[in-house]
Design a protein around this ligand. Sequence first.
Ligand code: BG6
Length: 315
Amino acid sequence: MTVTALIHSIYFETPNHMASREPSNWNDKLELPGKVRFMDGNGDLPMLNVTTEWSSAEIYLHGAHVTHFQRKNEPPLLFLSQVSQFAADKPIRGGIPVILPWFGPREGQPMHGFARTSAWELKQIVPAKDGSITLHFQLIAQETAGFPPFTADYLVTVSNTLALQLSVTNNSKDKEMIFEECLHTYFHVGDISAVSITGLKGASYLDKVDGFTQKTETADAIKVSSEVDRVYQDTTATVEIHDANLHRKIIVEKQNSASTVVWNPWIAKAQAMSDFGDNEYLNMVCVESGNVGKNKITLAPGKSFSFGVRLSTAN
Ligand code: BG6
């Protein structure tokens, strides 16, 4: 289902079993018993706990940040740092930070945009007949940091898989919007030395660890044995993370996403980050999907663009 169709179904087709929330009545007991609970998460930040017949998930309004997804009888899919900060002005370390409207540094502005440290609004919760649950988060941004006013709609569908759709609308009447976006997903792995990443052979990438040198991926399977920070461009391919230690593979399927970023900070960077444990690089790898760098998006006034990712696992 496209994001437009899903938003249409949220608003017009499921009035009998939908729940809607506004931040102002967060503490009300409008919940879906046994399915969605509203809680105070870490740092007392508001959080949703979602349970389906296949899986569970946790999502913070702060950044519309998915911090946890786990299929029954399987280890967690997502890595979350034990020493992450949970504060209104800080990004969460792990899970799925929503990076928007720029990726990386920007002069005079915070790294990776402001979406990950903004309070998003929960617009709707839609439990579907097939048992999946979709949560619709929204961020309305005024003109700021050189960007025209825009709206971001983020759909998180929890089922046997975790599906994410980010839709950005340029609200300006006369200015185009040029932006970057990325679902900066931290995956939990059993042991990084037993991990290989496939699907990127032949793609060109910027190697940030080697002074942003432009390279072409030659490996059938990428192994991580030192710091890796690569922005793969012009690739819409599905990426698989093979984890021999946990005896599973993670499948990252993309739609309308031309960039994939692979990142592991390794030892020195891990030690330098105050919100990341010294040894946690052994149990994570980021495979991030989006449109960044030369794949940035240009939106005419009034236009929307959406991209999506589906995360699943197999043995
Ligand atoms: C990655 C970037 O996407 O995010 C890295 O490619 C960066 O260069 C990493 O270090 C983490 O960024 P942050 O701002 O969350 O520490």
